[in-house]
Design a protein around this ligand. Structure first.
Ligand code: ASP
Ligand code: MG
Length: 443
């Protein structure tokens, strides 16, 4: 079997959902399980309505009419979603009375997008000749912990999912399953976090031992750079899990960073495809991609970084200094993105200002501390970059030729990335020149 996940833009309206229908039909022989996001913009609209309600403004019509318009366009009977409209109206009224919005009620409000979308899609598919059935993912065993906004399935959920899918999905019927949401053992609705439907897809694929997880979105797979910055950006045919994970973390918007973990653990290939161009082969992400000529595969960046440098003669030849510094950061919940050290100083970056400020109160006792904001991590991702003579130099030379100053570099043994810290203002210049040197000319 395969898992096919369609994002919000893929199921935005009837025109897009018709494309999805054709794509799912073309895979019918591979026993697809479809994971769907809410229609584009619905999650934001639901969260907006919930926030308004908590300020005392009870106005369910806007978000309901938005969903109803898509349902009507798909030819669904009004009764299909009526219970959801009633439940959502009750929820929003409740929020407007108590004027309170907890992580739990945020997840509950957000969950309506996926729960309503799968019902419309399954109903439409069935009338169009592809027998389908909508499922809330928990009906198939996806029971989570109570970490609202970042819920994860409980240990052992895989077995339960395998059993329930067999039991609940009639033969020859395509299950259309909610992404993003989950439910605790005691029946409270949770979500795995914004943009989390990809993660639902790999978690479900991992549980069911899928042959492949397809992530359908609106680019031709994973690109060599952000196409809005580099117009020559092109699709990468194949990547390894570690490369793709690095890229997802450092700013490629195609994949949610934790998406790949379940697929990696179970060695299930993830294929990123374009709903608007289904014949394009996209990008396959798997254990060992075939060796390619180029060792650099893509360029990404992550802005909003704060660079911190601690200088202290206490570091000279002493053990335990770094441990102390990073123990403090860890205790305050600072996620560090990049580190470099010398004998008397250590520099690191993070994009989390609040925990950093708390940690700095203690860090200041370790030595002289300098803090600078407005920085971007520019990352070249590839395979064993440091194993190729001259590649590091070529990357740095390209950035220098763009007139961009590099303030920190991290480049590890067998590394999948070379990371440079530059000023926010220099990003598009640096990315443009790098892309030209690494990809366009080399072609
Ligand atoms: N609908 C959810 C969101 O917008 C999840 C997703 O689309 O992946 O965050
Ligand atoms: Mg998405």
């Amino acid at each position: 079997m395969i898992v096919m996940k369609f994002g919000g833009s893929s199921v935005a309206n009837r025109q897009q959902i018709e494309k999805v229908l054709a794509i799912v039909k073309s895979r019918a022989a591979r026993a697809p399980l479809v994971v769907s996001s809410a229609h584009k913009g619905m999650t934001d609209a639901l969260l907006g309505a919930a926030r308004e309600a908590a300020r005392g403004i009870f106005a369910p019509e806007k978000v309901i009419s938005r969903q109803a318009a898509i349902a009507r366009d798909l030819g669904c009977d009004d009764t299909l979603l009526a219970p959801f409209y009633a439940e959502l109206t009750d929820l929003l009224r409740g929020l407007s009375l108590v004027r309170e919005l907890s992580p739990r009620s945020i997840d509950y409000a957000a969950s309506f997008g996926e729960r309503m979308a799968v019902r419309c899609i399954a109903d439409f598919f069935t009338r169009q000749g592809l027998p389908s059935q909508a499922f809330d993912v928990w009906e198939l065993g996806f029971v989570t912990d109570a970490q609202f906004n970042a819920a994860r399935p409980l240990p052992g959920y895989e077995l339960e999912m395998r059993r329930l899918v067999k039991e609940a999905v009639p033969p020859g019927v395509v299950p259309i399953v909610t992404g993003f949401v989950g439910r605790t053992e005691s029946g409270e609705i949770t979500t795995v976090g914004r943009n989390g439907s990809d993660l639902t897809a790999t978690l479900v694929g991992g549980a069911l031992g899928a042959q492949e997880v397809e992530i359908w979105s609106d680019t031709d797979g994973v690109m060599t750079a952000d196409p809005s910055v580099v117009k020559e950006a092109r699709s990468i045919p194949a990547m390894r899990f570690d490369e793709a994970a690095e890229l997802a973390y450092f700013g490629s918007r195609v994949l949610h960073p934790s998406t790949l973990v379940p697929a990696m653990e179970k060695s299930i290939p993830v294929r990123v495809l374009n709903t608007n161009r289904p014949d394009h082969p996209g990008t396959v992400i798997r254990d060992a991609a075939p060796e390619e000529v180029h060792t650099a595969t893509s360029i990404a960046y992550r802005g909003g970084q704060i660079a911190v440098t601690i200088t202290s003669t206490r570091m000279l030849g002493a053990a335990g200094f770094l441990a102390e510094a990073f123990e403090t950061l860890g205790r305050h919940g600072v996620v560090v993105d990049m580190i470099t050290t010398s004998e008397v100083s250590v520099s690191f970056t993070t994009d989390q200002r609040e925990p950093l400020e708390r940690a700095l109160v203690e860090i200041q006792k370790l030595g002289d501390v300098r803090v600078e904001g407005g920085k971007t991590l520019l990352v070249v991702v590839g395979r064993r970059l440091a194993g190729q003579a001259g590649l590091g130099a070529a990357i740095l030379k390209a950035v220098a030729d763009a007139g961009v100053n590099v303030e920190m570099i991290s480049y590890g043994m067998k590394s999948v990335s070379l990371t440079m810290l530059i000023a926010d203002a220099d990003v598009s210049r640096a990315v443009g020149v790098l892309h030209e040197r690494l990809f366009a000319v080399a072609q």
